[in-house]
Structures are given as structure tokens and as C-alpha cells.
Ligand binder design. Structure first.
Ligand code: NIG
Ligand code: FE
Length: 392
């Protein structure tokens, strides 16, 4: 096993919470990596010798972004739906059926290469961990194959059979619920870590509080951990349900009442509010006040929600820039939410921070400081660092 020392780091953003802004910045730093993990970090002048050296040339380095919410397994295109929305047509989840049709007819290899391209796009923008949901198959076979393909790219796989009620079950929601919580869950569970549900009374396509609770409890019974799509289209029950069931994350949180904020603050150790500002951008929805959530004591995360309907962007830097510009976060708070915050939403402590023993997922910024992620919005300054690989 060989070691690598990364040098030339003008600003090492550890996200270890050791400084008042939480970023734990070490100036003029080095990191030593062994077996894919951080074996040493500190001032470059103290760095030990290693077998390989990678010099990042005076750039900033931070933990790779953790994109804790994505729907990468889909085929087809909904650019027309986006254009119509920009002209005033509201989003109601109905377009999901278009992606379901295209995904069902795609071959395994087509889906696999679409996911590979999207994961590569993410890595090229600094993301080193991605959660991937199913939800565009909505048959037993199509959901299982989506999760098998997702599992080729990440261990953070999420069964989202309860994305919408598919067209063929529109007249019999109860029968679809039985399918999702029965044979579909049985086929999906071996390939999933998580279960998720689109809990949204403002869309006839999505699931009511009662239906969502049934889905989540069945998932838990099958050994899966819980996540929820909640409060996206209006003041729905998703947040309260997620807190009640101790879900790891409730995602969107676009419309929050004071009671929702109180519930999230009381559950800050258990349930993270994952904010998806790319969705507000792409659906012309109001941005939630992330700064107010932090002041209230809520644990927050940032993710892309990369999907063909509400946000076809794979860019965590774009999300960070939106969170700073539109949701009131400081550049430091946004970076923390996109790294250690989203790691917490996946109940992971080995990613999202650069500390001894953590996974050596390093992202390099073509910039001297993390502020540039939002200051230079739209400029491709972030990339995951490729490290030398041992010959075998
Ligand atoms: O997270 N809201 C539910 N699911 C996705 C959108 C899916 C789609 O429109 O294709 C979301 O926004
Ligand atoms: Fe989503």
C-alpha cells in the first residue's frame, strides 16, 4: 500500500467545526492519504514523506461535495415542460409520467450509460458522493433494475416506488400502494439502503400523509432507512411525518410553517432538512429561508435533486451559489451544508469532513478560497481530485 501527499494547498477547508465559522481552515496545508483515507493533515512545513506527491498549485481544497438527493436513473427529455414552466405553467408532478414511459422503454445499457454520464458530470464539478433514487420505473422489474444500476455507482441507493401513482393505476391507488409495499418493495429492498416517498397533498399524482406513512413503515419493516420528499408544493404534512418517523432527511422544505420549523429544530439530531434550491430555480418557486432555519437550530443540507423535471442540474457549485444568493446563507454556511450537512442526512461521518480517518474525497477549487464558489457562480472552478492508484 502506498501513500500520497497532496501539497500546494493554499486553503485547506476541513469542515471539522474547529473554528467559529465551522470551516476549520488550515492555510498552506498538506494532506497525506493512505488506503483511500486521510492519514495526516496539517501545515505543509510539517508534512511527512510519502510515496507519491500531488501538487495542486496554490489552490483551495475542501471535502468532496455530498449530493444527498438525486434521481439519475431516467431516460428521455422534458425540456419542453421546462420551457412551458418558464412561461407560467406550474409544476404538479404530472410530467413524471413522461420520464416513466421513456425509462421503461430504455435498455439496461442505455440507462447505465446515462447514469454514468451524469455521475461523471457531477465528479467534474466536485461531487464525490451521490445518493441515487429509483422512481421512473414504477413496475416491480423496472424499479429493481433502476436500483441495481444505481448500485453500480453508489452505496446510497433509495427505493422511490412511491414517486407517483403510475397512469395504469390512476383509477386504483390502493392497488398501487399494495404493489409498492408488497412485491415491489421485496424486489427493491436487497438493492436499496433507503426508502423515500413523494408526500404531497397538492398533487393528485403524489401520496397523502396516510399513504406515505404506510409506505415508510413497510420500508422500515423491510430493513430500509427513511427519507421523505415533503413540503415541496405547499404546506404539506411531509415535514411532520418525517420527524415523527425519525427519517434521516426531509427534502425540499419549500413551504414551512412555524410549527414545521419547531419540529425540525427539536429533531436536529435525527432529521435533516435538505434544501434543493435548484428546484426553486427551475420551478419558479419561492426559496425557503435557510438562514432562519439555522438560527432556529435546524440541521440543514444542500443537494441538487438532479432529475428531468424540477431541476436538471448536476451542479453542487450552482446549488451553493443559489443558497448564498437566494436563501441567505453565508458562503461558509453553504459549503458546510453541501458537505458535512449532507453527509449527516445520509448518516455518514466518514465523508463531508477532512479529518484523520475520513475518506480521502478531496475537491480542488481553481481559486484561493471557498468564497469563490458563489462569487464566481457559473464558472467551472471545482473538480474532484484524482489520486494516483496503486498498481496491482
Ligand atoms: O424531487 N417531486 C418529486 N420528485 C422530483 C421531481 C420528479 C420529476 O418531475 O421528474 C423532485 O422534485
Ligand atoms: Fe427529488
Amino acid at each position: 500500500m502506498s501513500s500520497t501527499v497532496v501539497t500546494g494547498i493554499a486553503e485547506l477547508i476541513t469542515c471539522d467545526g474547529s473554528t467559529p465559522d465551522g470551516l476549520g481552515i488550515v492555510a498552506d496545508a498538506a494532506v497525506v492519504i493512505e488506503d483511500g483515507h486521510v492519514a495526516w493533515l496539517g501545515p505543509a512545513s510539517d508534512a511527512p514523506m510519502a510515496d507519491h506527491q500531488v501538487d495542486v498549485g496554490g489552490r483551495a481544497v475542501l471535502p468532496g461535495f455530498v449530493d444527498s438527493h438525486s434521481h439519475l436513473v431516467f431516460a428521455g427529455d422534458r425540456g419542453d415542460e421546462f420551457a412551458a414552466r418558464m412561461a407560467g405553467t406550474p409544476y404538479d408532478g404530472g410530467g413524471i409520467g413522461v420520464s416513466v414511459d421513456a425509462t421503461r422503454t430504455a435498455t439496461d445499457d442505455e440507462l447505465r450509460s446515462l447514469v454514468a454520464a451524469r455521475v461523471a458530470e457531477m465528479r467534474a464539478q466536485g461531487t464525490t458522493t451521490v445518493e441515487i433514487k429509483s422512481g421512473y420505473g414504477l413496475t416491480v422489474e423496472d424499479e429493481a433494475r433502476a436500483l441495481v444500476i444505481a448500485g453500480e455507482f453508489t452505496s446510497e441507493t433509495t427505493f422511490l416506488g412511491a414517486h407517483v401513482v403510475p397512469r395504469e393505476y390512476a383509477g386504483d391507488r390502493a392497488a398501487y400502494l399494495e404493489l409498492v409495499t408488497g412485491p415491489m418493495l421485496a424486489a427493491a429492498a436487497p438493492h436499496s439502503r433507503w426508502i423515500d416517498v413523494f408526500c404531497e397533498p397538492y398533487s393528485t399524482h403524489a401520496f397523502t400523509e396516510h399513504e406515505a406513512r404506510t409506505v415508510l413503515l413497510a420500508g422500515r419493516e423491510a430493513g430500509l432507512e427513511l427519507r421523505v420528499h415533503g413540503n415541496q408544493l405547499g404546506h404539506g404534512p411531509g415535514v411532520q411525518l418525517a420527524v415523527e418517523l425519525e427519517a434521516a432527511s426531509v427534502d425540499h422544505c419549500t413551504y414551512l410553517s412555524d410549527a414545521d420549523v419547531d419540529a425540525l429544530a427539536g429533531a436536529a439530531d435525527t432529521t435533516v432538512a435538505t434544501l434543493l434550491p435548484g428546484v426553486e430555480f427551475s420551478t419558479r418557486s419561492p426559496y425557503p429561508d435557510a438562514a432562519a432555519l439555522l438560527r432556529a437550530g435546524v440541521s440543514i443540507a444542500l443537494a441538487t435533486d438532479c432529475n428531468p423535471g424540477t431541476c436538471y442540474s448536476s451542479s453542487m457549485p450552482f446549488v451553493i451559489a443559489l443558497a448564498v444568493r437566494e436563501m441567505g446563507l453565508t458562503p461558509a454556511e453553504a459549503v458546510l451544508a453541501a458537505t458535512v450537512g449532507s453527509a449527516k442526512s445520509l448518516r455518514r461521518s466518514d465523508i463531508g469532513r477532512l479529518v484523520l480517518g475520513a475518506r480521502a474525497d478531496l475537491t480542488v477549487l481553481d481559486a484561493p478560497s471557498h468564497v469563490h464558489l458563489s462569487y464566481r457562480a457559473g464558472v467551472p472552478i471545482a473538480r474532484a481530485l484524482d489520486l494516483p492508484v496503486d498498481e496491482v
